[in-house]
Write a protein that binds this ligand. Structure first.
Ligand code: 9D3
Length: 256
């Protein structure tokens, strides 16, 4: 996949390709990353890329000419690319959107700075706006880096089979279970016995219980979306029985 990023801070965006899965994707050639800076298309003495907003108000906007020239250059390098503007006005990024983007042959990510960009550039050149969440960032670069990292993990051949993202939704729409490594005692805290039991059925059940109860506690939105199949129902019932028994024991202890 070819990703071109339009940004005033190319060194920020290039950094996402210097480690982890994105770096592997670049080395394999599964991902090609390039940057285009509006600054390189500025012609006046100060290389100006911003100007004051019509109608007044705080801050500056990216001017249409240098921004559009950078987008045009990105388009020339990737003729059929989808143009996505990173913006707080966009729809929120999620797994489905990452997957849809990862299936495209080419993508242009446009990063705004200052208070934003001239709306005519949005109207004429942008296919879609994308936000990474409801908080204010200083510009689109961190958003673009999030998108690139998330896409790289989904490109065919980048992750091994074991880590492969081709899992059913039951595997992916719950939170993960806790993980432990050696030593089995650390600062007085033990690794749960079941994980050292060698009983793989019991381990699978414990992990799924942890995922279900953890998701229910921390992300009720995901939990209700997920729904409960028969196995989940049985595991949760078993856990609640266990919790009730523990409660009873504690109750008896405190009665004594
Ligand atoms: C505080 C300024 N805001 C109200 C006047 C407008 C504003 C302009 C520019 C807010 C943020 C930004 C820069 N942000 C992005 O370019 C951005 C972003 C974000 O801020 N949050 C979540 N996702 C994204 S993607 C791009």
């Amino acid at each position: 996949m070819n990703i071109a990023v339009v940004t005033l801070f190319p060194e920020l965006v290039v950094a996402v390709g210097e480690s982890g899965i994105p770096r592997i994707a670049l080395e394999q050639g599964a991902l090609v990353l390039s940057t285009f800076s509006p600054r390189d298309f500025a012609t006046n003495r100060h290389r100006t890329v911003d100007d004051r907003p019509f109608g007044g108000g705080p801050g500056m906007l990216m001017i249409p000419e240098t921004l559009s020239l950078a987008i045009d250059a990105a388009k020339a390098s990737a003729p059929n690319a989808r143009v996505v503007l990173m913006s707080p006005q966009g729809g929120r990024l999620n797994r489905a959107k990452v997957q849809a983007l990862a299936e495209l042959p080419a993508l242009i990510l446009v990063c705004g700075r200052y208070e934003g960009i001239d709306q005519r550039v949005v109207d004429v050149l942008v296919d879609e706006q994308l936000s990474i969440g409801d908080y204010v960032l200083s510009g689109g670069e961190l958003g673009a880096m999030v998108v690139i990292d998330a896409i790289a993990r989904r490109l065919p051949g980048v992750l091994g089979d074991a880590e492969s993202v081709v899992q059913d939704s039951f595997e992916t729409d719950l939170l993960d279970h806790p993980h432990y490594t050696r030593p089995d005692q650390w600062q007085g805290h033990e690794v749960p016995l079941v994980l050292r039991s060698g009983n793989h059925r019991a381990i699978d059940e414990w992990r799924m219980q942890q995922r279900l109860s953890g998701t229910a506690r921390v992300r009720p939105d995901l939990f209700y979306e997920h729904g409960l199949d028969e196995r989940a129902r049985a595991l949760l019932t078993a856990e609640w029985q266990h919790a009730a028994e523990t409660n009873d024991k504690l109750g008896r202890l405190s009665d004594e």
